[in-house]
Design a binder for this molecule. Structure first.
Ligand SMILES: Nc1ncnc2c1ncn2[C@@H]1O[C@H](COP(=O)(O)OP(=O)(O)OP(=O)(O)O)[C@@H](O)[C@H]1O
Ligand SMILES: [Mg+2]
Length: 607
């Protein structure tokens, strides 16, 4: 409960940032409620002061008509005022609720952008997405409808009850006990129907995802002749959804008449007790009719309170989840006195670095090595040996558990993250491209880049040729409804993206070892240009790249077991020698073809 109060207070803080809009909204509710409560009073006047005296021949017909006409005009006038204020209220309220959610959404997004890699390792992407969409929507509905209804219900309840008490206390006391009953009915209705709504939403979601998979995976379904299986899967989900809809219809069918019955009971009381009073002359017919109208007016707040209370904790839970995201402290923090890194020469040192993603499961153990400016370092090792982990520590995606990572005499923990990361170009193991144009993707790290810079980067990455063959060239969109690129092409765009930053340190996590001869040639050529004049860390299985590296680091279970140049390590006849033999055997056709290709090209140019 404490946490929920906290969440409510937090939401209120966002509300207070937009208080003028909120104030407009509440004032309009106040005005329109007070005015709408006056309408039954006018009806009462019409009956008691005009219609009844006319019927009893106590009033002159002409005077009666004109009074009635004035009253009708007044009713129309009041209704128009209510309409106008409701309009302003709705507009102000939508503006206000959307603005508050807009602020919360922006804060949540900013916080997500600031989170470290470790945060994303721990969090499920689907859950995160649902937090920022479904939960946010719940908050929006809370602010947009529920909060307004809450305020207007309270105002309506107070004003109506006050009016009722002031015109007939006894009659009000008689129908008052009905109100808690209507409230309880709606409360219980809300409590029963809400889980069904959630269930229906979830079931509908899973129905859609089966449909989505069956459509996108139709080729696999057909290839394995599993149409029946898919049909059954769909039918079973469809059936569940259908059953839940039925269950909710049953609850509705049960409760709605119950509320109708309670309202009817109120009417009976009004006419039973009030009717007697009319007969004895202590109550006017107009008051009786007005009371009946007030009874109907009171149902709305009861209905709302009932539904609100049963749904309130869900909204607060949604708010809580969102604030958890907003409040999450990033694990990679800059020191308050962090230095802005000057232009790097590209000297990188690991000193006794140990690291684990999770406590108690060490991944890197006492890793020590050095890369001098301009050197190319190849990282080699079995899958899971920690190659990608090592390179993630250089841009400080994670902090080492112990030991130091030094870039140009600076500990990476002492410098501003931006100034560090801007000087490191990364081509990650999984290439991620945004659904933007190729040009925008290449210029991602340097949006102000000129077109010729972009083309130059693409040329160096050997991406220019295939980009030029696309119908829209550099303006081709990537991703859904855009061009689909092969793995090698995507990788070369990622290389161009890294190159455009002209980084002193370049990291290439390239585990795509099995490519065709032509791509191998292209990639090698690209790499040669790319690695020049930079300190580079390359994770690769490509023998040509490994052989040309200035230093090879061989990892086994997070420890460096061998280190040196290709020649020294070959001479050692250890682990590297073994692996190299195997790699060479499998890549022999490529290596030979490429070296032939290269030499014949060289001959051509020499001639
Ligand atoms: N984000 C992460 N959270 C937790 N454990 C991780 C994470 N990333 C990697 N690991 C674990 O750390 C170990 C080293 O992983 P790493 O990705 O560095 O291996 P790798 O040498 O790059 O392998 P590969 O050649 O398959 O890319 C593995 O056991 C892996 O399961
Ligand atoms: Mg890896």
């Amino acid at each position: 409960m404490v946490a929920r109060m906290g969440t409510f207070t937090r939401i209120c803080r966002y509300i207070s940032r937009n208080w003028p809009l909120f104030l407009v909204s509440v004032s309009c509710i106040l005005v329109s409620t007070i005015v709408s409560v006056q309408v039954p009073l006018l009806i009462r006047a019409a009956i008691d002061n005009v219609i009844t005296p006319l019927a009893e021949n106590r009033l002159e017909i002409e005077l009666g008509k004109s009074t009635l006409f004035t009253l009708i005009l007044e009713i129309i006038g009041l209704t128009a005022v209510v309409g106008l204020f409701s309009f302003i209220q709705r507009y102000a309220n939508t503006y206000f609720s959307q603005k508050v959610v807009y602020d919360i959404r922006n804060d949540a997004f900013a916080s997500l952008q600031n989170q470290s890699f470790a945060f994303y390792d721990k969090t499920h992407t689907g859950q995160l997405l649902s937090k920022v969409t479904t939960d946010m929507d719940r908050i929006r509905r809370f602010l947009g409808f529920q909060l307004t209804f809450l305020i207007s219900s309270i105002i309506l309840l107070i004003v109506t009850l006050y009016t009722m008490f002031s015109i007939n206390t006894m009659l009000t006391l008689f129908i008052l006990p009905i109100m808690p009953c209507i409230f309880a009915t709606f409360y219980s209705f809300g409590k029963k129907i809400r889980p069904l709504f959630t269930q229906m939403r979830e079931q509908y979601g899973s129905l859609t995802s089966v449909l989505h998979e069956a459509i996108t995976g139709i080729r696999v379904v057909k290839a394995f002749a599993q149409e029946d299986f898919e049909r059954k899967k769909f039918a079973s989900k469809n059936d569940k959804y259908f059953q839940t809809t039925l269950a909710s219809a049953k609850i509705r069918a049960l409760y709605i008449p119950l509320v109708g019955f309670l309202i009817g009971l109120g009417t009976i009381i009004i006419f039973w007790y009030g009717g007697f009073e009319v007969i004895t002359g202590t109550l006017t017919i107009g008051t009786l009719v007005a009371f009946n109208a007030y009874l109907a007016m009171l149902v709305m707040p009861m209905r709302f309170f009932g539904m609100f209370i049963s749904g309130y904790h869900r909204t607060m839970a949604a708010g809580n989840r969102i604030f958890e995201v907003i409040d999450a402290e990033t694990e990679i923090k800059e020191k308050p006195d962090a230095l802005t890194l000057p232009k790097l020469k590209g000297h990188v040192k690991f000193e006794n670095v140990s690291f684990s993603y999770r406590k108690g499961r060490p991944i890197l153990k006492n890793v020590t090595f050095e890369a001098k400016p301009g050197e190319t370092l190849a990282l080699l090792g079995a899958t899971g040996s920690g190659k990608s982990t090592i390179i993630r520590l250089i841009p400080r995606f994670y902090d080492a558990s112990s030991g130091k990572i030094i870039v140009n005499d600076y500990d990476v923990r002492d410098v501003k993250l931006k100034s560090l990361r801007k000087q490191i170009g990364i081509v990650a193991q999984e290439t991620f491209l945004f659904s933007m144009t190729i040009k925008e993707n290449i210029a991602y790290g340097k949006p102000e880049a000129k077109m010729d810079e972009i083309v130059a980067a693409a040329k160096a990455a050997r991406a220019h040729e295939f980009i030029s063959t696309l119908p829209k060239g550099y303006d081709s969109r990537i991703g859904e409804r855009g061009v689909t690129l092969s793995g090698g092409q995507r990788q070369r765009i990622a290389i161009a993206r890294a190159l455009l930053m002209n980084p002193r340190i370049l990291i290439l996590d390239d585990s795509t070892s099995s490519v065709d001869v032509e791509t191998e040639y292209e990639i090698q050529h690209a790499l040669r240009a790319v690695l020049k004049n930079r300190t580079a860390f390359v994770i690769t299985q490509r023998v040509s790249t490994i052989r040309n590296a200035d230093k090879i680091i061989f990892l086994e279970k997070g420890e460096i077991v061998e280190e040196g140049t290709h020649e020294t390590l070959m001479a050692k006849k250890g682990a590297y020698y073994q692996i190299y033999q195997t790699l060479y055997e499998t890549q022999k056709p490529n290596v030979e073809a490429v070296s032939e290709h290269t030499s014949s090209k060289q001959e051509e140019t020499e001639q």
